[in-house]
Write a protein that binds this ligand. Structure first.
Ligand code: ADP
Ligand code: MG
Length: 693
């Protein structure tokens, strides 16, 4: 149960004063659904309204807060004329200027003869002082409310700064006193404020320096966020480990048969990874290992050999893929590779229904299936294994701690191997996986041709088409990738379809189209046609990022490459360069290209090393953007900036590790506060795995 002290923060934003049906969607879009989300919406600038000159001393171009007497209203004549209000103090006069203003409203706001505090930018017009649309106009007794330093927030279209300011103030006012979850000496060492004070100060910066991520206030809040993240991961891990593992030792008969039939030798990296996995399997504790390697680095074989050991020991294994296409492809690959060993492999996805499904479930429960391959359909309640010992999860570039937990629950002390093709930098890896053991396949299988990557403006599309024509004539197959922008999926879909039509007009019928809206079987059919050589060109959105393996495809055109994350481009490019023939990747950008964007594309042109690419991307763009989109599933931080707070992340990891070692159920003196922290950052699922406190 969420602690009661947090209830006000998890009320919907409509609980805040003035937030009704018009404002709510804007605020939700900008910050989030709950009051707490506004606390994390940090100011990006400030306006100092403390300067209170007399009119004679007011300098044009500066923000000033003025104490004025209203002298006269000059009603606008004609729609294009502004409405002016003449004001004065004992040293001079100024005109307040309003376009499209309602006279009634202005008459009430600025009654003739009244004294008003007015704040905004002073301008000079025809040698006279004026102020266009003052930011604030209030009666003299409200001076204190507006004359300080005002935070400036990132906005969204339709939301006025003043309205947002008011809403955030209300939210901050609702922040409760919370118990301190950080160690007192740690707070002291960094001179960090308590949580409540930090929240208040975050929204009341007194100077530019306080906007910096390195300021004590922002560091403290960032640390809290990272500690919640690391603690959640450490608890998941501790929970997985709490159940004693089992000893899995194969006798090598299946593995030997598979290896003997492979047309290649394992790379050194594959051998090392396998040895690490074997040691984990043989140990009586549970395995929780990440197998990280670029697309094409040979993870599948390693996974199969690990699963073969589980089967040799008399148990079963499962492999879960993030998409239907990928599950089918794994199924085909594994069946082929495992045939010499005579393993029984079956597929289970969301599309299997009725009798076929029942049949798989029945053979699974009786132990006649050795390896089950599937999508998250593997989690469904009625899926029961005879004896599941090893779960392999191919995450590609999606991450999901909960799914890992679910699959682990299907067996008695299931060992877990998580495969990822995303070459995430070390710091990001910590946020997604915490302290997981890692095996890296940092060596490509021999004989791969380097990919010739070129960066070109979209304006040269005509030349690209000519080049593609030539390549197809020489027997190449071509991926043509168009981006989908998150917000306007429909129009982007139209763009892909249009490109498809144009290419059909140019190249004839041998041009296929796949995108996310296509239903499963239709998508598979197009992919299969491309793989079989019935299509020369496959126009696609990023759905081809995971999935297809077509060694004959040697050309990839990516439109608007600047809109993708580098890691994503790298993974897309990994779809070519898989065969014997030399491959070419054309990155087309929309001009003008910013310096950073050009530098990013050049990294890709110059390197095929996923780890290097990811590190550079982090350096150039910061963590939030490294994977390009929110869809990556990597945890997103509201306050922490990994490019700046990397060291704090490491400290949070150490802190989390110590906490979990000494108090795995969070029952100790720091326990209630730490549980509150987890709830504050919405790690409810993890808290629910703890025994109640
Ligand atoms: P990943 O899953 O890491 O993307 P795969 O396991 O699909 O990579 O391997 C890519 C291709 O390389 C496959 O065709 C596979 O058979 C082949 N392969 C794997 N290991 C080796 C190796 N040691 N030597 C040569 N080819 C290999
Ligand atoms: Mg693979």
């Amino acid at each position: 149960m969420r602690p009661e002290s947090l209830y006000p923060l998890f009320a919907p934003v409509t609980a805040l004063a003035g937030v009704g049906p018009r404002l709510a969607p804007l605020i939700e879009k900008l910050a989030g659904k709950h009051v707490v989300d506004l606390l994390w919406h940090a100011p990006s600038g400030l306006i100092d309204r403390r300067h209170m000159p007399r009119l004679a001393e007011a300098r044009p171009g500066e923000v000033a807060t003025l104490r004025l007497r209203v002298e006269a209203h000059q009603v606008s004549r004609g729609a294009r004329q502004p409405y002016r209000v003449l004001c004065s103090d004992d040293s001079g006069t100024i005109r307040l200027v309003f376009f499209h203003a309602k006279p009634d409203w202005l008459a009430k706001l600025l009654p003739i003869g009244a004294e008003r505090i007015v704040s905004g930018v002073v301008e000079l017009f025809n040698d006279e002082l004026q102020m266009t649309h003052p930011d604030h106009v209030v009666p003299a007794e409200q001076l204190a409310e507006i004359s300080g330093v005002e935070p400036v927030y990132p906005l969204t279209a339709g939301l006025a700064p003043k309205a947002l300011l008011k809403v955030v103030r209300d939210a901050v006012g609702r922040a409760p006193q919370l118990p301190e979850w950080l160690e007192p000496h740690y707070l002291q060492r960094h001179a960090w404020p308590a949580w409540g004070e930090a929240v208040h100060r975050l929204h009341a910066p007194a100077a530019e320096a306080e906007l910096s991520p390195a300021s004590p206030v922002r560091q403290r809040l960032a640390y809290d966020e990272m500690l919640a993240n690391q603690l959640a991961l450490a608890l998941v891990r501790a929970n997985l480990r709490r159940v004693a593992g089992r000893v899995i030792q194969g006798d090598g008969r299946h593995r030997g048969a598979i290896l003997a039939a492979l047309p290649f030798d394992l790379t050194g990296a594959q051998r090392r990874a396998l040895a690490e996995i074997d040691a984990d399997l043989a140990a009586p504790s549970r395995m929780l290992r990440l197998l990280q390697g670029d697309v094409g680095s040979g993870k599948t074989v390693v996974a199969l050999l690990a699963m073969a050991a589980a089967v040799e020991s008399g148990a079963q294994a499962a492999l879960m893929a993030p998409t239907e296409i990928l599950a089918r492809q794994h199924m085909a690959t594994l069946a082929e590779l495992a045939r010499p060993a005579g393993l029984s492999i079956a597929l289970l996805t969301g599309r299997d229904k009725g009798k076929a499904r029942d049949d798989v479930l029945e053979r699974l429960a009786s132990g006649r299936i050795d390896i089950l391959v599937g999508t998250h359909a593997l989690f469904q309640e009625d899926v029961a294994f005879h004896d599941l010992a090893l779960a392999v999860i191919d995450e590609q570039h999606r991450f999901g701690v909960h799914q890992r937990l679910d699959l682990a629950a299907k067996g008695r002390a299931v060992d877990m191997l998580v495969m990822t093709a995303t070459p995430i930098p070390r710091t990001l890896m910590l946020t997604a996986y915490g302290d997981m053991d890692v095996s890296r396949l940092d060596e490509k299988p021999p004989g791969r041709q380097p990919i010739d990557t070129r960066v070109l403006p979209l304006a040269r599309l005509d030349q690209v088409v000519v080049g593609v024509q030539r390549a197809i004539a020489a027997g190449a197959r071509v991926y043509w990738v168009c981006p989908l922008v998150e917000d306007s999926e429909k129009t982007d879909l139209a763009a892909v379809e249009e490109r498809h039509r144009e290419l059909v007009a140019l190249f004839g019928a041998r041009v296929g189209l796949v995108h996310g809206r296509l239903k499963g079987p239709a998508k598979d059919a197009v992919m299969a046609a491309f793989a079989a050589g019935e299509l020369d060109i496959l126009v696609a959105t990023t759905v081809i990022e995971v999935g297809v393996d077509v060694p004959a495809a040697t050309v990839m055109v990516i439109e608007h490459a600047e809109r993708f994350g580098l890691a994503q481009l790298h993974q897309l490019r990994g779809r070519i360069g898989r065969g014997e023939r030399r491959s070419t990747c054309l990155l087309l950008y929309g001009a003008p290209l910013s310096e950073t964007a050009r530098a990013r594309l050049n990294i890709l042109r110059d390197s095929e090393d996923g780890f290097r690419i990811a590190e550079e991307d982090l350096r150039l763009r910061g963590a939030g953007e490294v994977l390009g989109t929110r869809q990556s599933g990597l945890p997103e931080f509201r306050l922490a900036d990994l490019a700046v707070h990397g060291e704090l992340l490491a400290a949070a990891r150490d802190d989390a590790r110590l906490i979990v070692e000494s108090d795995p159920q969070l029952h100790g003196p720091r326990g209630p506060a730490l549980r509150t922290l987890l709830y504050l950052f919405e790690r409810d699922a993890v808290v629910n795995t703890l025994r109640s406190g």
